[in-house]
Design a protein around this ligand. Structure first.
Ligand code: GP9
Ligand code: MN
Length: 620
């Protein structure tokens, strides 16, 4: 009697365990999720559990009669979500997101090929659901149906909560700031599980939708007035100087200005860039303005002349917005526009965002030959990346606008012995030590890239724009940085360290060093003006770097700003000439402007205001 009773189980337990195991098996068999160590494997294994406990646990509150029905329906729906992801993955090699689901072009592609994508064995994706139905029909005695005590229910949900936190905690150690930075769908699914990922995606989506729905375009009047009042005309001598030329943009991973013309252990850190600077325009007071979206933020700023968001990555949160980005403008002006980056295409949601930015083509991981020998750290080594990219470049229709995103100089700055052209710095801080050889490696890759461009006859027909995407050495390393720089890293110095190199090479121009206080936001009008394209009608917060009317002023995403004479950061006004705090009144005239710019830009993004711009009547 006793043994008979104990062999009975609750249907919700069976459903949870079956779906849990099934999800894990599907992860392993239907998706290509890269696992690097046992901890990641363990996270992958447990990640469906907490969600399933919650969702099936709701059944505990439902009266017996309906409970089984609830469990069966839920099991079917979740299986369907999983299956839909599998189908989507077969076609797009990516996980579903809500905006994508409603992006008709994507879905009609998929719709027409659904029958081709279906396989006979696909019913296996519903096998647990089938088992549940069969049990209920033929072996109902196997199932115990009872009401659960309050304490029992409470204990159950406490365990579910504990598992959630355990999962999130583990994920955080594997991937810090996973949720706030929202890196990559694969990374999210890997760490929080496919079901939680959909909830998170739905949350992001509803936030965006609500803000967008509430906007009506009337906000644009103020913004437009501000932008028009701050418009700076182009430099007459340079406007259109590169008309019809190719544009080669290189995002230099984690490159900060402090390494330029600097040595470590007596060796030059960036010999090639130091050389290139002599034949180009070099901006030594140029700042990155990125937030949590890192590289993707820099891409966003550079191509839209808007600020990124203070939280999250705009590439994720607002990828469906209307933008008037450089690639879009240029493709309307006869250019072929492409981005080249040897990483997973869904990283930073690039595959989706690039459509909104107007790219014709994205050369991602699958367009490169990547193997164990030619990769390190985050993927394909920069030298191999550039070498392989030349083939793509040669095939592009001319003129082209091509953006290259380097990768090797990425935290944690790992490099193989054979790629170390200089010795690491000597301190007890591995990150800072190793930063220099990887920077040096990237410098070498750029040298090879330019040599190849010359060999292929592309160099003389192109303008080159090389910029650092964001800092590489974070504030966690201030102590070692103080040692390296020979001065204490105060908030003032830290702000100065946010300078990244910007080099613009224009064939036939001697160039020179320009010390305008400027930032990534200024690149869009600069590039367009060099190509002879007017930007007077654009909503932009930057201004042409060569303009004679320029104001020396840049705002960073954290609200800090820099002028000719002052640095304002963390509520303190610093005198640039001394690096010491000074009277707040010196910074006061700019405070309002800095705040306004960030707020206006946020409004544009959150309200998707540019959709009202082109067709609107308000501009006379
Ligand atoms: C990844 C590359 C680097 O595709 O953009 O990412 P980051 O962490 O620098 O933003
Ligand atoms: Mn980066």
């Amino acid at each position: 009697m006793r043994s008979l009773k104990s062999s009975k189980v609750s249907l919700f337990v069976v459903a949870t365990v079956l779906l849990w195991l099934k999800t894990y098996i599907v992860y392993k068999t239907s998706f290509d999720i890269k696992i690097e160590n046992w901890k990641q494997e363990f996270i992958l294994f447990i990640n469906p559990l907490s969600f399933l406990m919650f969702i099936f646990g709701i059944g505990l509150f439902i009266k017996q009669k309906n409970r089984n029905r609830y469990i069966i329906i839920t099991s079917f729906l979740l299986s369907f979500v999983l299956f839909a992801n599998v189908m989507f993955y077969r076609f797009f090699n990516d996980f579903l997101t809500l905006p994508v689901l409603f992006q008709t072009s994507n879905m009609s592609d998929l719709g027409s090929s659904v029958t081709e994508l279906l396989q006979v064995t696909d019913f296996l994706y519903f096998v647990d659901f089938i088992i549940l139905v069969l049990i209920l029909k033929y072996k109902p005695s196997f199932i115990v149906n009872r009401e659960y005590s309050k304490v029992g229910k409470r204990a159950f949900f406490l365990v579910a909560i504990a598992i959630t936190f355990f999962n999130l905690g583990l994920a955080e150690t594997e991937r810090p700031q996973l949720l706030t930075r929202t890196f990559d769908r694969e990374m999210l699914v890997k760490n929080i599980g496919t079901y939680n990922y959909h909830i998170y995606d739905a949350f992001l989506q509803s936030k965006t939708t609500a803000q967008r729905a509430l906007a009506d375009g009337s906000e644009l009047v103020d913004i437009d007035n501000y932008v028009q009042a701050n418009y700076k005309g182009p430099n007459e001598d340079l406007f259109g100087i590169a008309k019809g030329k190719n544009v080669i943009l290189v995002s230099m991973e984690s490159l900060q200005s402090f390494v330029i013309n600097e040595r470590v252990n007596g060796q030059e850190i960036t010999p090639f860039l130091n050389q290139l600077i002599k034949e180009s325009y070099y901006f030594d007071q140029f700042y990155h303005q990125t937030g949590q979206g890192k590289t993707s933020d820099s891409e966003f700023i550079v191509e839209n002349s808007l600020y990124p968001l203070s939280r999250g990555a705009v590439f994720f949160t607002n990828s469906g917005n209307k933008y008037t980005a450089t690639p879009k403008i240029l493709s309307e002006n006869g250019y072929f526009t492409a981005s080249l980056h040897a990483n997973n295409k869904s990283f930073w949601n690039r595959d989706i965002m690039y459509q909104s930015l107007g790219y014709n083509r994205f050369y991602s991981m699958t367009d490169y030959n990547i193997n164990e020998e030619n990769s390190i750290g985050w993927g394909l080594k920069d030298i191999d990346f550039f070498e392989q990219s030349i083939t793509h470049l040669k095939e592009m229709p001319k003129p082209f606008y091509a953006k290259f995103i380097t990768l090797t100089n990425h935290f944690p700055f790992v490099l193989e012995e054979e790629d170390q052209f200089i010795e690491p710095y000597d301190s007890n801080n591995k990150t800072v030590n190793n930063y220099f050889p990887t920077v040096r490696y990237m410098d070498e890759s750029l040298k090879i890239f330019v040599e190849r461009l010359k060999e292929e006859g592309i160099y003389e027909d192109s303008i080159l724009i090389f910029y650092g995407d964001h800092y590489g050495i974070s504030e966690n390393h201030n102590k070692t940085m103080s040692e390296f720089l020979g001065e204490e890293v105060t908030p003032f110095v830290s702000t100065q360290l946010q300078r990244v190199p910007l080099i613009i090479h224009i064939p036939g121009q001697k160039g020179g060093t320009i010390s305008n206080v400027s930032g990534q936001i200024d690149l869009k009008p600069t590039i367009l003006h060099l190509l002879g394209i007017d930007t007077k009608q654009d909503i932009q917060f930057g201004s042409d770097l060569f303009s004679k009317e320029r104001m020396n002023f840049v705002v960073l995403r954290d609200g800090s700003f820099i002028t000719d004479d002052y640095v304002y950061t963390r509520g303190v006004c610093y005198d640039k000439s001394t690096g010491e705090p000074t009277d707040e009144s010196s910074c006061e005239p700019y405070m309002e402007k800095a705040k306004n710019e960030l707020e206006y830009s946020d409004k544009i993004i959150n309200g998707d205001l540019l959709r009202f711009y082109e067709n609107s009547e308000y501009r006379k």
